[in-house]
Design a protein around this ligand. Structure first.
Ligand code: IMP
Ligand code: MG
Length: 201
């Protein structure tokens, strides 16, 4: 019949690899896809309540926050706008340099806006500390932070992160937007790398 494709034809047409090639370098999953899903729904509901009646501007810090931003924003049930800022703090290494470069600035003027900064992870906190200082100077009506992950006890500066998805041990993690040498951002979970993956790059 025209327009109809038999299931058997579809199955043979789609190449399904037996091993997910993204996962070869992953030692183990730290936070599952389902755990992240549930947490982002919960945070979205909380943010919806907290910002009810206000005009919210979600500000994503590229590149790492792009996955969290996309998923979280769909759980926030009030009108909002989004903007992105790109910063670089690491290069290909796994230790923070403390040097933050703004690679792409915002399109929006922040004056009088309620701004919620979305971060993938707060590690040393140096990137966030720098960003908050910079953004405060633009006189937003409010400025708060939502981070998917926060490493416990290793922040080198005091930071008030209002919404935190998960507190994790101070190990290097990848997935759900987080990279190692620009890879692994598309993993649907947060995982730990195999030690040999660090030395291969
Ligand atoms: P901080 O300045 O040390 O807090 O680091 C901030 C940035 O470093 C994050 O936004 C990430 O892009 C990156 N980063 C920190 N820890 C990790 C990690 O465990 N995996 C991947 N990237 C990380
Ligand atoms: Mg990075």
């Amino acid at each position: 019949m025209e327009g109809r494709v038999a299931l058997s034809e579809l199955e043979s047409a789609v190449h399904v690899p037996s091993v997910d090639a993204r996962e070869r370098d992953i030692e183990r999953v730290l936070i599952t896809e389902q755990q992240i899903k549930d947490k982002l729904r919960e945070l979205g509901e909380q943010i919806t309540r907290d910002y009810e009646g206000r005009e919210l501007l979600l500000l994503g810090v590229l590149k790492g926050a792009f996955v969290t931003m996309a998923d979280l924003s769909r759980h926030i049930r009030i009108p909002l706008e989004v903007d992105f800022m790109a910063v670089a703090s690491y290069g290909a290494a796994t230790k923070t340099s403390g040097v933050v470069r703004i690679l792409k600035d915002l399109d929006h003027d922040l004056e009088g806006r309620h701004v919620l900064l979305i971060e993938d992870i707060v590690d040393s906190g140096l990137t966030l500390n720098y960003l908050l200082k910079n953004l405060r100077g633009r006189r937003p009506a409010s400025l708060d932070v939502c981070a998917l992950l926060k490493k416990t006890g290793i922040q080198r500066v005091h930071l008030d992160v209002k919404y935190v998805g998960f507190e994790i041990p101070p190990d290097f993690v990848v997935g759900y937007g987080l990279d190692f040498a620009e890879r692994f951002r598309n993993l649907p979970y947060v995982g730990l790398l195999k030690p040999e993956a660090y030395t291969d790059v």
